[in-house]
Design a protein around this ligand. Sequence first.
Ligand SMILES: [Zn+2]
Length: 86
Amino acid sequence: MAFRKKFTPKRKFCRFCADKNLPLDYKRPDILRDYVTERGKIIARRITGTCAKHQRRLTVEIKRARQMALLFYTTVHSTEVKKKTV
Ligand SMILES: [Zn+2]
């Protein structure tokens, strides 16, 4: 309560219900990335506030995105890349 984290929204709500135009699609890893941790884990519904219906689809889309190499399974290789480029 004393401090707010940068990435946690103050109020929980389902982003996909709030914005009907927001695509829930494996082709949009930029959006899906908000729902996985830095370590590549899917963030629990009670934290993101996503509704059951969308969370279920989200999980499927994230898994799909991983297979398409749009999202990472773990952070391992992404940090490897950073180390090399920086
Ligand atoms: Zn929803």
